[in-house]
Design a protein around this ligand. Structure first.
Ligand code: MG
Length: 162
């Protein structure tokens, strides 16, 4: 079987008056992520990992933040759009692993819901998605609670891979 892997990274600023959406799940928090879309940093990192594995550029090429169509966009819709493109190009998603780096809120209570949401968005069994969480330990913009970052890696089966 021939596989391809891709890496994704994203970061968004935390701001008052915004929703906090991670992996398509809205979490209760005193601030949310600032961005042109819903700023779902985790889903954005996963989209970049998928596009990277498929050799199809990056999220900014597909969904420019200058395009009004994507203002306040639901990133899960963007994810499903990318999955449709991958499917059309003959790729199959084997696995997605991701890490959210956030000082708060605690993600452990929401991990299963986020995983299930991403599995639905990716149209894969929950066992094909993993979400981890870690903190900034007081260091840098994450540690100071100024923003949240996410990293992801995607493994795809290539078209025609036996
Ligand atoms: Mg982003």
């Amino acid at each position: 079987m021939s596989t391809a892997t891709g890496i994704g990274y994203d970061a968004h600023q935390l701001a008052e008056g915004r929703r906090l959406v991670l992996g398509g799940v809205e979490l209760a928090h005193d601030r949310g992520l600032l961005g042109h879309s819903d700023a779902d940093v985790l889903t954005h990192a996963i989209i970049d990992a998928l596009l990277g594995a498929a050799g199809l550029g990056d999220i900014g090429q597909h969904f420019p933040d200058t395009d009004e169509r994507f203002r306040d966009a639901d990133s899960m819709v963007l994810l499903r759009t990318v999955c449709t493109v991958l499917d059309g190009a003959g790729f199959t998603i084997e696995h997605v692993d991701a890490t959210v780096v956030a000082e708060a809120p605690k993600l452990a209570p929401h991990r299963d819901a986020i995983r299930a949401s991403l599995a639905r968005g990716l149209d894969v069994p929950p066992g094909h998605v993993n979400v981890k969480a870690t903190r900034g330990e007081g260091m840098g913009f994450i540690g100071r609670g100024e923003g949240i970052a996410a990293l992801a890696i995607a493994t795809l089966r290539r078209p025609g891979g036996a």
